[in-house]
Design a protein around this ligand. Structure first.
Ligand code: SF4
Length: 361
C-alpha cells in the first residue's frame, strides 16, 4: 500500500517534465495528433505559465482531458512560500517520496534570477552548510529540476521575465549531471525558458571528472567553483571532499573549461569569521588564482542555527576585499539577499524539518 501525507501527491502517471519531447512525440503520434501540438503545449508551459492542461485552451477539451489522464505536470507540492522585503521569494517543495527541496527567486533591478536545487541533501559535507548537515538522500530527476524552474517562473508578475539561472541550491550539481543537463536544455532552448546559456551558472565544489564532462559537452554554461580556502590543509577542514581532490586538480579542470568556453570563471569563497578571513588568507587566495581571468565571489557566512560559525566583521570583510583587489583580482561581495527568509541553501528546509520533528516529539 502506498501512503501519502496531505502535503504529498502520489504520482501514478509519467511526469511530463522528465522528457517533454520524447513523451509528447510518441503519445501524440499514437493519438493521431500532429507534432505541432507539442509546440503548443511547450508554449503554454514555458511562455503562458499554464498551471494545468485545462488552461491550454488551444487544445480541444478531449485532448486536454486525455493529456491530464496520461501525464502529471506537477509532482511537488508547496510546503512553504516565503517572501522578503527585498523581493526575494523562496519555495520549500515536498517531493512525492517525502523529501524536501528549496528553490529561490531573486529580484535585483532588472535581473530575475532563479536558484535551483539538484539533490535532496548533499554528500559533500561543507562544514558551514545547512544542506549538507544530514548527508545526501538522493538525486533529483530532470522533471523535478524543471519543475522548480516552472514554479518560480509562475511567481513573476506579468511584466517580469526570467533572466538568469544559477544552479547553486541544495546539492552538488555535478554529482547529478545526467539529470541536470536535460533540465538546463529546457532552460536554454528557444521553445523552453529561452535563457541564454551564458546566463546560466553551475556552481560546483570542484569534481574534476564531471567538470571535464561538462567541458566536453560544449562548455556552454558559466562555471563557478567553490574554493572556500586558499590552501589544501584549510580546504580539507572546510570542504571534506577536498581530502580526495587537490586544489591543483580543480584549478587545472577550471582552466581547461575556460580554454574551451572563453568565459570568465567564478571562484566562490564563503567567508567564515576567524577561520578563513584573515589578510594572510586573502594574499594566499590571490596568489593561488594568479593571473586567471576570474571573478572572486566572496560570500560572508550566513548564520545557520546549530552551527558554530560566525559572520566576519565589517572591517575583516573590507580588508579581505582590499587585499584581493590590490592583487588585481576582480571581486564581488555577494549581498546576503533574503536573510530574513533563510535564503542560504538548505536553511528553510532544515528549519521546517526541525519544527516537524519537534511537533512529533
Ligand atoms: S555548500 Fe553546496 S556542495 Fe557544500 S554541502 Fe552545501 S550544497 Fe553541498
Amino acid at each position: 500500500m502506498t501512503l501519502a501525507t496531505p502535503q504529498q501527491k502520489i504520482v501514478r502517471v509519467p511526469h511530463l517534465l522528465n522528457a517533454i519531447d520524447d513523451s509528447l512525440a510518441t503519445w501524440l503520434k499514437e493519438h493521431g495528433q500532429g507534432a505541432y501540438r507539442a509546440t503548443q503545449i511547450r508554449h503554454w508551459l514555458f511562455v503562458r505559465r499554464a498551471s494545468d492542461f485545462q488552461e491550454m485552451t488551444e487544445l480541444g477539451q478531449t485532448l486536454r482531458n486525455e493529456l491530464a489522464a496520461e501525464f502529471s505536470l506537477w509532482t511537488t507540492s508547496i510546503v512553504r512560500h516565503t517572501q522578503a522585503d527585498d523581493g526575494t521569494e523562496k519555495l520549500l517543495l515536498a517531493l512525492t517520496d517525502g523529501g524536501q527541496i528549496e528553490c529561490v527567486l531573486l529580484r535585483d533591478e532588472v535581473r530575475r534570477t532563479i536558484c535551483i536545487s539538484t539533490q535532496v541533501g548533499c554528500g559533500m559535507g561543507c562544514v558551514f552548510c545547512a544542506s549538507g548537515l544530514d548527508g545526501l538522500e538522493r538525486n533529483l530527476t530532470t522533471g523535478e529540476i524543471v519543475e522548480q524552474m516552472l514554479r518560480l517562473l509562475r511567481l513573476l508578475g506579468p511584466d517580469e521575465r526570467l533572466s538568469h539561472v544559477v544552479v547553486m541550491g541544495m546539492g552538488e550539481p555535478l554529482a547529478n549531471l545526467d539529470n541536470l543537463l536535460p533540465a538546463l536544455d529546457e532552460a536554454s532552448r528557444e521553445d523552453g525558458l529561452g535563457i541564454s546559456a551564458r546566463r546560466i551558472t553551475i556552481s560546483t565544489v570542484g569534481l574534476p571528472k564531471p567538470m571535464r564532462r561538462l567541458a566536453d559537452a560544449g562548455a556552454r554554461y558559466r562555471l563557478a567553483v567553490s574554493l572556500h580556502a586558499p590552501n589544501e590543509a584549510l580546504r580539507r577542514e572546510i570542504v571534506p571532499v577536498g581530502e580526495k581532490i587537490s586544489l591543483a586538480e580543480i584549478l587545472a579542470e577550471a582552466d581547461h573549461y575556460f580554454d574551451l568556453s572563453g568565459r570568465q570563471l567564478t571562484f566562490e569563497y564563503v567567508l567564515l569569521a576567524g577561520i578563513n578571513d584573515s589578510p594572510e588568507h586573502a594574499h594566499e587566495l590571490a596568489r593561488l588564482l594568479g593571473r586567471r581571468t576570474a571573478l572572486g565571489n566572496v560570500i560572508p557566512f550566513n548564520p545557520v542555527s546549530g552551527l558554530p560559525y560566525r559572520t566576519p566583521s565589517t572591517s575583516a570583510r573590507q580588508t579581505f576585499r582590499h587585499v584581493l583587489e590590490d592583487h588585481g583580482l576582480a571581486v564581488r561581495f555577494r549581498h546576503k539577499k533574503g536573510d530574513a527568509i533563510d535564503a542560504a541553501c538548505g536553511q528553510l528546509r532544515r528549519r521546517t524539518l526541525q519544527q516537524i520533528s519537534s511537533l512529533k516529539a
